[in-house]
Design a protein around this ligand. Structure first.
Ligand code: SF4
Length: 355
């Protein structure tokens, strides 16, 4: 290792031992199940937002067997509000696999952990180092940022070459005798000192030799290869109400909000009004008198690559329409609170209509 690399590892390790104040309940955890749980929750979620979910999950399911035995709906209900529901689906599938096929025992090496559904290189390294002390370096957004800035690396981190470069460097820098502490240190430094905007360079143990700091490159590092395009989607929900029931169905397929419920959906590429809704062919198939439609309002949600606008239209029906295009059930509105909906819909339905 070159002198800057030695400096990096030594300073980071001593900062962690003396100054790092970041305290989170999963830190120093040795149980691979709880480490895995915290990492799954924290993917694409800030620590403070993920914290109550971690506590709720560990209370409801103290062991992987407890989670494996949960009824399908329950983990999704607890997950509400975190988004990216595929994470929850994979988590449940993996818990059941470990419970059934591996006798409730988590795999004990990086390579074996990588075989599990929903566990990528980052999570495998986190579990192997935190639970078992194995010499596997974690590489996540925090690590890309700290390494790119300190070493002045302008290779885009989201390319094959970039991933290889940063992973190899992270592995080289790892304090192999204290991999858990080192991995925790670099992630905490990225989260609390070398933040994306306005990093606290004056409090940083790496400042003396940091290339981005000395060459004024903080705002341009790390480099991403391309701007991510965002797709606009318009979800027009028909709240089909018959007596005290509402028609809902479970989302399936390889799309957002899989396994969560929603009212009758007409998805369009452009926003709909009550007037344009009445001309939509999917709406026409329902054969609902147009004068029964009331526009209730809309809500939006920004995802990584999508911007969802959900609009709500109520139809108070005198008779049930025949619904061909989607399968679902008529549920009593008093039971809606027991059903897992996407958070975007829950907040609207709660505030405006039902719960
Ligand atoms: S000196 Fe500033 S830019 Fe460099 S690693 Fe520290 S916080 Fe990040």
């Amino acid at each position: 290792m070159g002198p800057n690399k030695n400096f990096f590892t030594a300073k980071l390790t001593s900062w962690h031992a003396t100054e790092n104040q970041r305290s989170l309940p999963w830190k120093s955890e040795k149980d691979p199940y709880k480490i895995w749980l915290s990492e799954v929750i924290l993917q694409q979620t800030r620590a403070q937002q993920g914290l109550p979910y971690y506590l709720a999950f560990t209370e409801a399911y103290p062991t992987v067997q407890d989670m494996a035995a949960a009824a399908d709906e329950q983990p999704f209900r607890l997950w509400q509000g975190l988004g990216y529901y595929n994470r929850c689906k994979n988590m449940l599938a993996t818990a059941r696999y470990i419970s059934k096929e591996l006798n409730g025992q988590f795999p004990k090496t990086y390579e074996e952990l990588l075989q599990l559904k929903g566990i990528g290189p980052y999570t495998a390294a986190a579990i192997s180092s935190f639970a078992y002390g194995l010499p596997d370096a974690v590489v996540d957004g925090n690590v890309y940022r700290v390494l790119a800035r300190f070493f002045g690396i302008d290779t885009p981190f989201d390319t094959t070459e970039g991933k290889r470069t940063f992973s190899a460097l992270a592995q080289e820098l790892l304090d192999t005798k204290a991999s858990a502490a080192y991995n925790q240190a670099i992630m905490d430094l990225g989260a609390t000192v070398c933040m994306p905007r306005n990093p606290l360079c004056d409090n940083c143990p790496l400042q003396k030799k940091c290339i981005a700091f000395h060459q004024e490159l903080i705002d341009v590092l790390p480099v991403r290869s391309k701007k991510q395009s965002v797709r606009n989607r318009y979800f027009n929900y028909l709240l089909l109400k018959y007596n005290d029931t509402l028609w809902i169905h479970k989302r399936t397929g390889n799309d957002i909000w899989e396994n969560l419920h929603e009212p009758y959906l007409i998805e369009t590429a452009e926003p709909l009004t009550t007037a344009t809704l009445s001309k939509n062919t999917q709406f026409e198939d329902l054969n609902i008198p147009f004068n029964e439609i009331i526009y209730e309002g809309k809500t939006t949600q920004r995802l990584t690559h999508q911007f969802i606008t959900a609009s709500f239209f109520t139809a108070n029906l005198a008779k049930k329409p025949s619904i061909h295009s989607q399968t679902g059930i008529w549920l009593n509105t008093s039971d809606l609170k027991n059903i897992a909906f996407p958070r975007t819909l829950v907040s609207f339905l709660e505030n405006n209509l039902y719960f």
